[in-house]
Design a protein around this ligand. Structure first.
Ligand code: MLT
Length: 237
């Protein structure tokens, strides 16, 4: 099995992912929100690159609600921002969510040619790793990054997935993946490693400390959201 890591949403722009499993990671905070909302019973999430697209589709459906951020802050007129702590059972059960974020939903849109597109974050790292092992296809881990740049929060999550699958399967890993696996091997204090990184520090500066605590919890859920026909959802039980 080959494993390649892409460092930001932009790196996926002109790529073809036919025959591959793609895992999209935007730990802070889009994919953490998606995993949380689906775990809490949201019926699906529609990801959009642009604010206007999200508003238009929501306007047509007149159901569910708009969620998302720009510069980490809730978009005017949207019901929710991008804090995973807002997406409680009471708020999302049975609801469709129309979501747009600066990097995460853009990364998803850039990877739609994948055979399977999975959504990962620290909360579901082992479940996603098991799925990749089961499927045996080559894997591309697409880190959303921040503003088209490498972002340590996503990259270290990619390294942890590679570490997990390499314990059970022999892999051909690209150089970025090898470097990230090495960092994952050496990391025992996740929050400590991320504390000085750019997006983590930014979110801390705008008062998102509780989100940061939550987004860095490992393996609290065993769900594997996937994208199909415009929606992110969970497999039927
Ligand atoms: C994104 O998609 O860019 C992030 O989720 C931004 C954020 O932390 O709100």
């Amino acid at each position: 099995m080959r494993v390649e890591v892409l460092e930001s949403a932009k790196c996926a722009l002109k790529k073809e992912f036919n025959g591959k499993n793609v895992v999209v990671i935007d730990v802070l905070r889009a994919t953490t929100v998606m995993v949380t909302a689906l775990e809490n019973g949201a019926s699906c999430i529609y990801p959009f690159k642009e604010i206007d697209e999200a508003k238009e589709k929501w306007g047509i459906k007149k159901d569910g609600f708009l969620a998302g951020e720009r510069k980490g802050l809730k978009i005017e007129g949207f019901k929710f921002g991008n804090s995973p702590l807002e997406f409680t059972k009471e708020a999302v059960q049975g609801k469709e969510i129309f979501m747009t974020t600066s990097n995460g939903t853009r990364a998803i849109e850039n990877a739609l040619s994948a055979d399977n597109l999975y959504i990962a974050c620290y909360l579901n790292i082992s479940a996603v790793s098991e799925k990749l092992l089961e499927s045996k296809k080559d894997v591309v881990i697409l880190c959303a990054g921040t503003d088209d740049k490498f972002s340590l929060d996503d990259a270290l999550c990619a390294g942890m997935i590679i570490k997990k699958i390499s314990e059970k399967e022999s892999l051909k890993i690209d150089d970025l993946g090898l470097a990230l696996k090495k960092i994952a091997d050496l990391t025992s204090d996740l929050k400590g490693v991320l504390a000085e990184s750019k997006h983590y520090s930014y979110l801390s500066s705008i008062g998102c400390e509780k989100d940061l605590d939550y987004c860095t919890m490992i393996d609290i859920f065993d769900i594997i959201p996937f994208y199909k026909n415009g929606k992110i959802k969970l497999p039927l039980k």
